[in-house]
Write a protein that binds this ligand. Structure first.
Ligand SMILES: Nc1ncnc2c1ncn2[C@@H]1O[C@H](COP(=O)(O)OP(=O)(O)OP(=O)(O)O)[C@@H](O)[C@H]1O
Length: 565
């Protein structure tokens, strides 16, 4: 460069000029006003579409053919016709039947109805991805279908739902451009107007693309944030308790602050450091005595009208078919209050099915079951005949029958503490602070105080089953049903679960236990019932049925079990 003379590069100047113009379009309030219209349409339509989509998804999952068929038809037509035509139809055809919408409302209605069809399938997929045992466990705790959906199913389904919904939100934001067909003055439409005046196609559309990219980035960040929150593998801890309560499900896990008493009782049961053997032994003894006291308190919680030793569960001629498979062929069983009854029998003999009929997780085809004189799941119909009740969840909660499952069925998105608190707070209306205190004591009683804040996937099988027992106990049950509680456990973990069950039996809990643990049956059961092919073959005290069975079928079964042991 010579003195005072500047060499001007025309290409650089052109590029600079273009870039400056491009920046000005990026900042154009005219274009941003269009972007705002697109955002509004997307936000409203997505919200409405998701709500309607949830309803359609539930309809699609309904066993009622008509309801299911109506939802299928809606989804079929909506997904099968171009959205452009749907918008034109709403804008031009509906006025003939007196439904006239302005451009913006037409866009919102059109996008919502279209999105509902797509959301329905995404939500249905999410719901189906949640293991059925989650809703079975919720039902056994007395949770109704909507509570189960809100608290248990949807929070877990979100993980599968979110990527699809994120995708759809971005697609919809971009697709709002087709709303220009009904004169919605959104972003693409506005950029076309500018191009129509100045012909600067590339500059204007480059700026428009940047605006779209910015909006899409916000959606992508929101999606990533939401996915992180619903990631079951991740322990995210923050003080978002109020937010969680407001939403009805957890966005983050709260730190439990155990009370001093519970900690003292529980601290040494599992893994905590101890300075001396003496203090460890003392703490363990204190914890053991606290758990005994707690179990006894639960057993005697209410003045049960059925005195100890009197019939509490009475099953008469219970029959149940699955299609052509006659699973229960007339089971009679009476269990007295405080009694421990063990059901033995070969695989497929109907033990688990029978257990599930007691708390009406399975309806019976024939026969009657009463608990404390009440028909669970039935109410008096015309003429006093029992008929299925419409308020099954309430009936289950009132009956206070708890169940422990073979595969634990803990709620995967809730910590051990939250699992135990769920039914008392949501079903029985116990204040959260009180439920929390009891839950901590229960976890201490089963030796898991130090794991209160852990999600189920971070616990061993034995620990999960003990949480499941604590959860079942939190509703102060009158009867506890155990469905092969140790079958899914490694042999070295079986003892810790049976230990808790022994303590419960000692405390006087009425228990019906399906198990293959012959030693447990011999030591703990008051009575052993042997079932085969859907009927009771023989029953009596363990020393009779196990050590001296009278029926050939029982003898054969025990020989096979002992041989395998
Ligand atoms: N929901 C269901 N639908 C159809 N058939 C079922 C269902 N549940 C159980 N069955 C069938 O009923 C029969 C009895 O099953 P059940 O689980 O009650 O037996 P079980 O004695 O508990 O066996 P196991 O010890 O192997 O668990 C089996 O033939 C099983 O296939």
């Amino acid at each position: 460069m010579a003195s005072g003379l500047m060499v001007r590069d025309p290409y650089a100047e052109m590029a600079f000029g273009w870039f400056w113009e491009f920046l000005n379009y990026c900042r154009s309030s005219f274009l941003w006003a269009g972007a705002w219209v697109a955002v509004q349409i997307t936000a409203i339509s997505m919200t409405l579409g998701l709500l309607l989509g949830l309803v359609l998804a539930l309809m699609r999952l309904s066993s009622q053919k008509l309801v299911n068929g109506a939802a299928w038809l809606y989804i079929f037509f909506t997904r099968g016709t171009p959205q452009l035509l749907q918008l034109v139809f709403i804008f031009n055809a509906l006025p003939f039947i007196g439904l006239r919408f302005d451009s913006f409302t037409t866009a919102v209605v059109g996008f919502s109805l279209n999105q509902a069809a797509f959301s329905a399938e995404i939500i249905r997929g999410g719901i189906l991805s949640v293991n059925r045992n989650q809703s079975v466990a919720a039902s056994s705790l007395g949770m109704g279908p909507f509570l189960t959906l809100r608290r248990i199913i949807l929070p877990q389904a979100m993980r599968a739902i979110l990527p699809g919904i994120g995708n759809d939100t971005i697609s919809m934001l971009k697709l709002t451009s087709i709303a220009s067909i009904v004169f919605v003055n959104e972003l693409t439409f506005r950029s076309q107007q500018i191009v129509g005046q100045n012909n600067k196609f590339f500059t204007v559309f480059a700026a428009t693309s940047v605006i779209y990219l910015l909006m899409v980035s916000v959606i992508s960040v929101a999606q990533a944030f939401a996915e992180r929150r619903f990631d079951l593998e991740k322990d995210t801890r923050s003080n978002a308790g109020a937010m969680n309560r407001m939403l009805g499900f957890r966005l983050s896990r709260e730190e439990a602050v155990p009370d001093a008493g519970a900690l003292a009782a529980a601290g040494e049961l599992e893994g905590a450091d101890s300075t001396s053997h003496d203090s460890a032994a003392e703490a363990a003894a204190a914890a053991a005595s606290d758990s005994d006291d707690l179990f006894r308190t639960i057993v005697n919680a209410d003045a049960d009208p059925v005195p100890r030793g009197e019939p509490l569960v009475v099953c008469h001629n219970v029959q149940k078919d699955y299609g052509a498979n006659k699973v229960l062929r007339g089971v009679d069983l009476t269990v007295k209050r405080g009694e421990v009854v063990v059901l033995l029998g070969p695989s497929g003999s109907g033990k688990s099915t029978f257990l599930r009929t007691i708390n009406h997780l399975e309806p019976v085809d024939w026969g009657t079951i009463t608990v404390g004189g009440d028909y669970v799941g039935y109410e008096p119909g015309p003429g006093g005949q029992p008929r299925p009740t419409g308020r099954l969840a309430r009936a289950r909660a009132r009956a206070r029958i708890s169940m422990v499952f073979q595969h634990f069925n803990l709620f995967n998105h809730l910590t051990a503490l939250e699992n135990v608190m769920e039914a008392p707070v949501r079903v029985f209306g116990v204040p959260a602070s009180q439920a929390r205190e009891t839950a901590l004591r229960l976890l201490a009683a089963v030796g898991l105080q130090n794991h209160a804040n852990h999600l189920p996937h971070r616990l061993s099988g034995g620990q999960q089953q003990r949480v499941a027992i604590a959860r079942a106990l939190a509703t102060s049950p009158r009867v506890m049903l155990f469905d092969e509680p140790t079958s899914a456990l490694d042999p070295e973990l079986v003892g810790e679960v049976l230990g808790v069950m022994r303590k419960l039996a000692d405390a006087g809990m009425t228990m019906i236990v399906v198990t293959h643990e012959i030693r447990f049956a011999r030591e703990v059961a008051d009575r052993v019932v042997f079932m085969d092919a859907g009927v009771v073959v023989e029953e009596g005290p363990p020393e009779m049925v196990i050590d001296n069975p009278s029926q050939e079928r029982t003898q054969r079964f025990l020989r096979a079990v002992n041989h395998g042991a």
